[in-house]
Design a protein around this ligand. Sequence first.
Ligand code: PLP
Length: 378
Amino acid sequence: MQEKIRAYLSEEQPDTPLLVVDLDVVAARYDRLQAVLPDQEVFYAVKANPAPEVVRLLQARGASFDVASAGEVDLCLACGADPATLSYGNTIKKRADIAYAHERGVQLFAFDSEQELEKLAEAAPGAQVFCRILTSNEGADWPLSRKFGCDLDMAVDLIVAAAKMQLEPVGVSFHVGSQQRNPAQWDPPLAQVAWLFDELAEKDIELSLINLGGGFPAIYRHTVPHIGAYGDAILKSLGRHFHHRSRQPRIIAEPGRYLVADAGVIATEVVLVARKAYTDDTRWVFLDVGRFGGLAETEDEAITYPFTTPHDGGPTGPVVIAGPTCDSIDIMYEHTQYHLPLALTEGDVVHIHAAGAYTSSYASVGFNGFPPLRVVCI
Ligand SMILES: *Cc1c(COP(=O)(O)O)cnc(C)c1O
């Protein structure tokens, strides 16, 4: 764990559950991503962790923002962001929210359907728009497939339609799936984007923007390639598919998880350790945080957080790890092998690592009377 978070937790002994975010780690991640992908612009996907401290820090470092709602537009503007640095990347927007963002100066919007384009033409006339295409999401631990994007033939037609509707079609976006463990997964969509650039050029539409999406990984229990491998693979693909062009495209990336996940630790208290039968070796460990308290990405046990306890080093045994609410889906890990110390007991504080992304923003407002996950940024 980061020394700064360890010191904070041991000095303050705060009430649990609590997410502690080390802003130095967020800053270092931002700088590293810029180093491995030079000449690209970073649009932070605000939904990963909307703490104002995180948004302000990234804004001060020169980041732009990927937003998905009027609330996220307001948050970024309140944190000092220039509306021209916001990309409204959700392809499913309420008409009123499009108008709201446009009135506040947001210029760039995503679409993947004709119906959405019609809303944009009416509520954000003249805006710059980009088309999101479908990708396979193979290799991703938290896929975003199916719900977003359109196929290539449809993308051609929609981009032509956008120009006819007095919108300014500027480019194409995709997302290879979140927690993408294979850096080669950016290549197929980049080949498709290159094909689209060529198709549209034949129709006298010059596209200039490539949005690489997110997908850059955090370090959970599985090993993942170094971020440099992602930079190399993407730069190589860009070179392969775009080197022959007279005008180099504007490249943007939208990291969420990579910037904030490893910066956060959740401190949680053991509420109960119990067995279901005398003959059963597996202990059930109930924590004061669970599916509804922010660990929503444990659905299907997709994201496997590393845990540490005060008894690490002693003998361990198999456990099921569950949350405190009266809902039986509030079980984090039942099929994934987790072993925790036999000495673990009620009142122990357990640390959940790499928990800075998609946790506080996923916590329920108070299911079963448990308050939403508190966040402190240090
Ligand atoms: C959620 C999201 C991201 C961030 O994805 P990560 O995998 O967390 O980096 C980027 N772009 C869009 C459009 C998103 O919805």
